[in-house]
Design a protein around this ligand. Structure first.
Ligand SMILES: Cc1cc2nc3c(=O)[nH]c(=O)nc-3n(C[C@H](O)[C@H](O)[C@H](O)COP(=O)(O)OP(=O)(O)OC[C@H]3O[C@@H](n4cnc5c(N)ncnc54)[C@H](O)[C@@H]3O)c2cc1C
Length: 512
C-alpha cells in the first residue's frame, strides 16, 4: 500500500487549493476525485452538442486575493479583473439598472428610476466598503476560538484584535452594523431604497443557497458577507480557476487521480484516520486525510457507522443544508438580449412580494411557478462556447426545493423548465422559439452528479448559527474529533462560494 503525507478527498476548487498548499511545503500529497474531471461544481462541461458552460456557477469574485498571491496563481496563467463584473437588475416592466464598479455609471443608471435611490446607493456602497474591513477579517482567518474553558493568551489577543477592528469602524458605522445585521433583507433595503426591482435585485445574492425569503430574520448578514467579500473576478469563469489550480497542484508535486471515488476513510484500532479505500478496492495510507466532501457525506457515508461517536453523528445529522437551487442551461440559436440590452450577467426578482411568494412553496415541497433567476450569458465574453452567432444561457434558478413532494420526476423537471422559460420570456420576448437544446438540473440532480448532500450549493446553509461554528462546534477549526481527519471544503469556515479559503485554511491547520 502506498503511503502519503496527506490524502485529499475531492478535486473541487477547495480540495485542489488544500493539496497545492501542502504540496508547496514539500509534502507528498495524493488527491482523489470521484469524477472523470476536476473542479467539482466549478468544472466546465458540454451540456448540448457544441454548447459548453464554464461551470455550474457564475460568480467568481469571492476568490481571496491573498490566496491568488501566495499560490502565485497569476504567474501560472490566472487572469483576474480587480472588481466584480457588471450586473443588470431586470424589472418585469422592461426596467434595467446596471450595477458596475464605476459609481457614476451606476448612479446614472439608477437615476432614470429614482434620484433618491441614486443618492442612497452611494451611502449603501460606502457602508459596505467600510464594514468590509471587519467582515473580510472574519472571512480571511480561521474563526476565532471562543472556548472559554481553554482560553489562551493567544486566543484572547485574536479576540481583542477583532474587537479593535469593530471599534475602528467608528461609532456611527459600528452601531449601524450592529443594527442591520440581524434584520431581514426587506426591512434593511426598504429603509434605503424605493424602486422595487432595484431592491429585489440587490437582495437576491443574500438569498442564494439559503432557506429564506426576503422577510426572513438575519437574511441581511448573508448579503453583507457577499457584498463585502467580492473583489476579484476571474476571466474565463470558474473553469479557468480550476485549470490554474490543477496546474499549480501538479507543479507542487501533488499526485492527482480522477475516477477515484473514495468508499471509506480507514481508522486504526485507536480510532485515528490512517488511510482510505476506493470503491474500486485500492487502498492508500496516510495519517492525514482532508475531506472536501460535504460534512454529512464525510461523516455519514465515508466513515463506518460503528466508528462514529454518537454525539458527532447526532450533530452532523442536525446541520441544515436544504437545497433550494436548480440549474437550467439553454442552447439558443441567436444572440440574446435582456430587456432590450446585451448584458452578460443579470438578476431578476422584481419585488420583495414576488420573491417571498417564490419562497412559500419551498416550505411545502412544491415547485414555485415564478422562480427568480440569476442569468449568465457566457458566450458574450467567450463566443467559442457555442456555434458562431449562437448563445449559451446559464441560469441559476432560486427557490427550487430539494424535497419536492412527488420527487424529482421527469414531469417535475419539465414544470421547472417551463416555469424558467416562461420567466425568461418576460425579459427576452421570443426566446422560447430560439432554444435548440437544454439541460435541467434539479437539486436532486446536483446531489447525484456533484455529491452535494440534499443538493445544497454551499455544502450547508449559510445561516447565522452555521457561520462561525461551521459545520458544528467540534469541527470548527478544520480538525475533527477523529484524529488525523480534517474538513477542507465549503462546509467549513468561511463557507460556500468560490473563495479557495476553506481549502487554504485547512491546509494551514494541517501544517501547524
Ligand atoms: C448550482 C450552483 C451555483 C452556485 N453559484 C455560485 C456562485 O455564483 N458563486 C459562488 O461563489 N458560489 C456558487 N456556488 C457555490 C460554490 O460553487 C461551491 O461552494 C464551491 O464550488 C464548492 O467547492 P468545494 O471545492 O468546496 O466543493 P465541490 O466543488 O463540491 O468539490 C467536492 C469534490 O469532491 C468530489 N467527491 C465527492 N465525493 C467523493 C468521494 N467519495 N471520493 C472522491 N471524490 C469525491 C466531488 O466530485 C467534487 O469534485 C454554486 C454552487 C452550485 C451547485
Amino acid at each position: 500500500m502506498s503511503k502519503y503525507d496527506a490524502i485529499i478527498i475531492g478535486g473541487g476548487h477547495n480540495g485542489l487549493t488544500a493539496a497545492a498548499v501542502l504540496g508547496k511545503k514539500g509534502k507528498k500529497v495524493l488527491l482523489l476525485e470521484k469524477r472523470p474531471i476536476l473542479g467539482g461544481i466549478a468544472a466546465g462541461e458540454e451540456f448540448h452538442s457544441g454548447y459548453r458552460t464554464t461551470g455550474l456557477l457564475h460568480d467568481t469574485s469571492n476568490v481571496r486575493p491573498y490566496i491568488i498571491k501566495e499560490l502565485e496563481l497569476e504567474k501560472h496563467g490566472l487572469e483576474t479583473e480587480h472588481h466584480r463584473p457588471p450586473v443588470a437588475l431586470l424589472g418585469k416592466d422592461g426596467g434595467i439598472i446596471k450595477l458596475s464598479t464605476e459609481m457614476a455609471t451606476t448612479t446614472a443608471s439608477i437615476q432614470q428610476y429614482s434620484s433618491s435611490d441614486a443618492e442612497r446607493y452611494q451611502s449603501y456602497e460606502a457602508f459596505t466598503q467600510k464594514v468590509s474591513k471587519v467582515i473580510n477579517d472574519l472571512m480571511d482567518n480561521p474563526p476565532p476560538d471562543i472556548d472559554i474553558e481553554n482560553l489562551t493568551m493567544a486566543n484572547l489577543v485574536v479576540l481583542a484584535k477583532k474587537g479593535m477592528k469593530l471599534k475602528g469602524l467608528g461609532n456611527a458605522t459600528m452601531m449601524e452594523l450592529l443594527k442591520v445585521a440581524p434584520m431581514c433583507l426587506a426591512d434593511f433595503l426598504n429603509e434605503k431604497f424605493e424602486t422595487d426591482f432595484l431592491k429585489a435585485g440587490l437582495a437576491a445574492p443574500g438569498l442564494y443557497g439559503s432557506y429564506a425569503g426576503p422577510w426572513s430574520a438575519y437574511s441581511t448578514i448573508n448579503l453583507l458577507l457577499w457584498e463585502c467579500a467580492a473583489k476579484y473576478h476571474v476571466k474565463g469563469g470558474p473553469e479557468a480557476l480550476v485549470q490554474v489550480l490543477s496546474k499549480v497542484a501538479k507543479t507542487n508535486g501533488v499526485e492527482i487521480r480522477k475516477d477515484a471515488a473514495v468508499e471509506k476513510i480507514i481508522l486504526d484500532k485507536k480510532g485515528r484516520a490512517c488511510g482510505v479505500r476506493l470503491v474500486a478496492g485500492e487502498e492508500f495510507e496516510s495519517d492525514i486525510i482532508g475531506s472536501s466532501c460535504t460534512p454529512k457525506q464525510t461523516f455519514l457515508n465515508l466513515i463506518e457507522p460503528f466508528d462514529l461517536d454518537y454525539e458527532l453523528n447526532y450533530w452532523i445529522e442536525k446541520t441544515r443544508g436544504r437545497g433550494t437551487t436548480g440549474k437550467v442551461n439553454l442552447a439558443v440559436n441567436k444572440a440574446v438580449a435582456l430587456n432590450g440590452e446585451t448584458v452578460q450577467y443579470a438578476r431578476t426578482g422584481n419585488s420583495f412580494d414576488e420573491m417571498e411568494k417564490a419562497f412559500d412553496p419551498v416550505k411545502y415541497g412544491e415547485v414555485t411557478d415564478a422562480p427568480f433567476l440569476d442569468i449568465n450569458i457566457p458566450t458574450i465574453a467567450n463566443p467559442a462556447l457555442a456555434p458562431t452567432g449562437h448563445s449559451v444561457v446559464s441560469i441559476l434558478v432560486h427557490q427550487i426545493p430539494y424535497d419536492v413532494k412527488e420527487g424529482w420526476t421527469e414531469e417535475a423537471k419539465q414544470i421547472l423548465y417551463d416555469n424558467v422559460v416562461k420567466e425568461l420570456e418576460i425579459y427576452s420576448p421570443g426566446i422560447t422559439q430560439s432554444i435548440v437544446g437544454s439541460e435541467i438540473l434539479s437539486p436532486a440532480d446536483l446531489e447525484n452528479r456533484y455529491s452535494l448532500t440534499d443538493g445544497h450549493i454551499y455544502h450547508g446553509e449559510h445561516f447565522v448559527d452555521q457561520l462561525l461554528t461551521r459545520p458544528i462546534p467540534s469541527c470548527t477549526h478544520y480538525r475533527t474529533p477523529i484524529e488525523g481527519l480534517y474538513l477542507c471544503g465549503s462546509g467549513s469556515h468561511p463557507g460556500g462560494g468560490i473563495t479557495c479559503a476553506p481549502g487554504w485554511m485547512a491546509a494551514k491547520e494541517i501544517l501547524d
